[in-house]
Design a binder for this molecule. Structure first.
Ligand code: PLP
Length: 436
């Protein structure tokens, strides 16, 4: 499998290079040169397959033999060490819980898979890799946990001071070993900007081999297609007859874009809904055909506070820049904090279910779609556990949320972080602390 750059100005590379580089040298996103639907025999056996078997088949062509199959199988098994339950709320609404992993967010899937791939590629190399990642909350924790103890890889996480939840901060700053956290005096956009500057900084190259672990990295992005398969398999087992629509709470659009890949591979999904908060660049694009990114605004669903979704180019490529084709497969709606708050209350009162603010937006997207398409079976993705947004959730449902053991365990740890306020300080840090 070869990956080409969507900026068309860099040469195509195999899976290993695409994972190591993260972004192509021309700053474009990597995209698979070809996507083949899964075979008839796969679909004949689909209902009997384990999650591990499904995932292995789904990812095989993208790895293109660069990891031997027995190793890839181990990576997949190790990645998928938790459940992906579907909880039915009503006759035609269910939620797919993606938060049963170590950091209780769906990003555990991509984070764990990518870490294990890099670990494999690095096992016989004495060159160290630094994963430099900016986070608005969940990415950092998932990457930290996924990469913990992976030899030859150091992880440096940048997060905005005071802008992540207390639990998210603990997940970032208390891992130790090969994980370090940098607290940036600024907002998420400043962190992202510093990461981009570091990637472009030629004078850093002799000191650090940098790669990214955001969903621009194909090894973080593609495995996110797995759980769409698991969900459809489960609904088939439950003999759901109506066409299936997934509502995906979206920020950088990596998750929904992985859903589109699952559909390309042949998964019977009728429609997708990209549900966003007030950061509505994509729904506005779908309405007007004009892509007009705006600076991000802060909301209570902070993991989706993205004004310029990085996977937009991939979506364009998948649908050949054809808005008509895109609309056939995807609808998009956006919602305010007030609506999100109300949705959390409604879900709790009507179904005794505690949703987090991101899942609540997914739920609202489904409701909106059902207005004109009542005959669907809707699944909204619960992208994080409500405990990660404790204050907001408890305020909405006026009830205490139970703290799960993964979180309980870190509550009395002491954060370790390096505060910085400029790119110059980040650079000094990266050079001074480089291990050769
Ligand atoms: C990252 C994240 C999202 C957005 O996912 P994208 O792939 O960036 O669209 C939604 N919800 C939660 C809880 C997240 O952490």
């Amino acid at each position: 499998m070869q990956y080409f750059s969507l900026n068309n100005n860099a040469k195509a590379v195999g899976f290993e290079k695409a994972v190591r580089f993260g972004l192509a040298p021309d700053r474009g996103l990597y995209f698979p040169q070809q996507i083949d639907g899964l075979s008839d025999s796969f679909w004949d056996n689909f209902l009997q397959m384990s999650h591990h078997e499904i995932a292995l088949h789904a990812i095989e062509q993208f790895v293109g033999g660069e990891i031997p199959n027995d190793e890839l199988q181990k990576i997949v098994e190790d990645t998928l060490c938790f459940d992906f339950p579907i909880v039915e709320l009503s006759q035609n609404i269910a939620t797919l819980e993606l938060f049963h992993g170590p950091t209780m967010a769906f990003k555990d899937v991509g984070g764990r898979f990518m870490a294990r791939c890099l670990g494999y590629f690095n096992q016989n190399s004495d060159e160290k890799i630094t994963v430099l990642v900016a986070t608005s909350g969940d990415t950092g924790g998932a990457v930290a946990s996924g990469f913990l103890g992976v030899s030859g890889v150091e992880v440096v996480i940048l997060y905005p001071k005071g802008k992540v939840s207390h639990i998210q901060e603990l997940q970032l700053t208390t891992q130790g070993q090969n994980i370090t956290a940098i607290e940036v005096d600024g907002v998420f956009d400043d962190c992202q900007e510093m990461v981009k500057t570091a990637f472009l900084d030629e004078t850093l190259k002799p000191h650090r081999n940098l790669t990214s672990a955001n969903s621009i990295n194909v090894a973080r992005w593609l495995p996110q297609s797995f759980y769409y398969f698991f969900a459809v398999q489960e609904l088939m087992k439950r003999k759901v007859k109506n066409p299936i629509v997934f509502s995906v709470p979206s920020g950088n659009f990596g998750n929904i874009c992985a859903g589109f890949i699952a559909k390309e591979l042949g998964l019977p999904v009728s429609h997708f809904i990209a549900s966003t908060n007030q950061n509505n660049t994509f729904p506005r694009y779908m309405e007007s055909g004009i892509y007009d990114p705006q600076p991000s605004v802060q909301t209570i669903s902070n993991a989706m506070d993205v004004g310029n979704p990085s996977n937009f180019d991939r979506i364009n490529k998948l649908f050949n820049q054809d808005l008509y084709r895109l609309k056939n497969v995807c609808s998009s709606y956006y919602f305010s904090d007030k609506e999100t708050h109300k949705a959390m209350q409604e879900i709790y009162e009507n179904f005794s279910y505690v949703a987090d603010p991101h899942g609540a937006i997914g739920y609202l997207g489904l409701q909106k779609y059902f207005e004109n398409n009542p005959d669907y079976y809707g699944v909204f993705l619960e992208t994080a556990h409500p405990v990660k947004f404790l204050d907001v959730v408890e305020k909405a449902i006026k009830t205490k949320v139970n703290i799960p053991p993964q979180i309980e365990e870190i509550l009395d740890r002491v954060p370790e972080k390096t505060p910085i306020s400029s790119y110059r300080e980040l650079k000094e840090y990266l050079i001074d602390n480089a291990v050769k």
